[in-house]
Design a protein around this ligand. Structure first.
Ligand SMILES: N=CN[C@@H](CCC(=O)O)C(=O)O
Ligand SMILES: [Zn+2]
Length: 411
């Protein structure tokens, strides 16, 4: 089955296969073709170019995109969408003056979500999570990473990861699973963090590996959660099971997580609301992608990742949602792209690069996703009729998406 998209006002992010990420000044360039066509066969992009070089007769189906822009679907490389219930009450507590850290230190936060998840059946957890996945797909997400980390027992972590595996089996978009046993220290190990670390390394990891449930390993490297020493232990253990790191660092404090991530050749270091000059130097000449999560900064009222400092130093940057019940109850990549422009002073070109090609790098799907490239999957956003691509971040809060295609099929 072939489909041709014709009269595309502008086809964005057209790249040769060799480009796997863009850094520094390259991020300001968003290659595109105006008045374009795009030809797909089944689930794959097979041709594209200027309209005057095409012939309609060749496709089974024609989609007229007059006035509309076509771009690769968003790639969301950092989410926690498998969770139970919500944390609305903590939201109200924060409005009334408590901080995120205070709520956590009173036993709320991640531990609150863990209790809810432990008391939820695998079937119910799947049902709650698939709703969120379907919602983000409608919002234009065409590849997603999902973390465990609200289980915090062997049984509950495995339950989360099995739900992620079921989502992988049932849906056509690529899903990567990250094992985040070291997300918080459970109540039972309050005074025995090392005991919990031992449980992660000696019980959880072997069980996760036995069932092949994870692609990556993660840890919340932060004051009051897990130290650099803990991070080294977890990443070392993950390495033994062939799990590359994607880690939470520098959300509230700089404790050395970036250096440790780079030392272990992490695929990405995520959050970076605070970042030092040394961190920036360490990231240069590394293969680690810095990832910013602006919706988290928005929701918690914490600093935004200093994107200008990072990009102007010549580094790449990716954007993701961090969709989770505590710090970011939203999986809207359109909002992320807008907020990156509005609050982090990224240009529309930089933000779109960060949410597509660089985001695909941050979850290792650049072979197949993140750009309009012959041979890549036809995961696409077709916008409504809009004046230009800059209108996407400009008209924040407006739904500018007409349709989303996953593997060549309209969803
Ligand atoms: N910071 C650590 N983990 C999540 C939030 C977890 C929660 O509050 O439930 C994050 O990335 O923001
Ligand atoms: Zn997160």
């Amino acid at each position: 089955m072939t489909t041709i998209f014709i009269n595309i006002k502008e086809l964005l992010q057209t790249r040769p296969r060799e480009i796997t990420k863009v850094s520094g000044l390259q991020m300001k360039v968003l290659p595109s073709i105006k008045n374009a066509y795009l030809l797909i066969k089944d689930d794959e992009i097979i041709d594209f170019g200027e309209m005057n070089n095409t012939c309609f007769g060749i496709a089974d189906e024609v989609v007229d995109c007059t006035g509309k822009i076509v771009l690769p679907a968003w790639v969301d490389s950092h989410t926690h969408i498998v969770y139970a219930g919500n944390r609305e009450q903590e939201f109200v507590d924060r409005i009334n003056g408590l901080s995120y850290e205070e709520i956590a230190s009173r036993g709320g936060g991640i531990l609150n979500s863990a209790e809810k998840l432990q008391n939820t059946s695998e079937e119910d957890l799947y049902k709650q999570s698939k709703k969120r996945l379907e919602e983000i797909m409608q919002l234009g997400t065409g590849a997603v990473e999902i973390k465990s980390g609200y289980g915090l027992t062997v049984e509950a972590e495995i339950k989360m990861l099995r739900v992620i595996r079921r989502l992988k089996d049932e849906y056509k978009l690529p899903i990567k699973a990250t094992f985040l046993g070291a997300h918080a220290v459970p109540k039972e190990f309050k005074d025995n963090k090392d005991g919990y670390m031992d449980q992660i390394i000696n019980q959880m990891l072997p069980a996760v590996s036995d069932e092949g449930l994870a692609d990556y390993i993660d840890i919340f490297c932060e004051k009051g959660y897990f130290s650099i020493e803990d991070t080294e232990r977890i990443l070392e253990a993950g390495k033994k099971y062939g799990l590359r790191a994607k880690i939470h660092v520098n959300q509230f404090n700089i404790i050395g997580g970036v250096t440790t991530g780079v030392k272990y050749n992490a695929l990405s270091v995520d959050h970076l609301e605070v970042i030092s000059d040394d961190d920036i130097e360490v990231l240069k000449n590394s293969e680690t992608m810095p990832v910013a999560l602006p919706s988290c900064s928005y929701f918690l009222g914490i600093p935004y990742t200093p994107a200008r400092k990072i990009i102007d130093a010549g580094l790449p940057l990716a954007l993701a949602t961090d969709f989770n019940p505590g710090s970011t109850p939203s999986g809207n990549m359109n909002f992320v792209v807008s907020t990156a422009c509005i609050k982090m002073k990224m240009t529309p070109e930089e933000a779109i690069n960060a949410a597509t090609i660089n985001a695909a790098y941050a979850m290792d799907v650049t072979e197949t996703h993140g750009s309009i490239t012959i041979g890549k999957k036809a995961n696409l956003i077709v916008t409504k009729e809009i004046p230009s691509f800059g209108f996407l971040p400009y008209a924040f809060g407006t739904n500018n998406i007409d349709s989303v295609f996953i593997n060549g099929q309209k969803i």
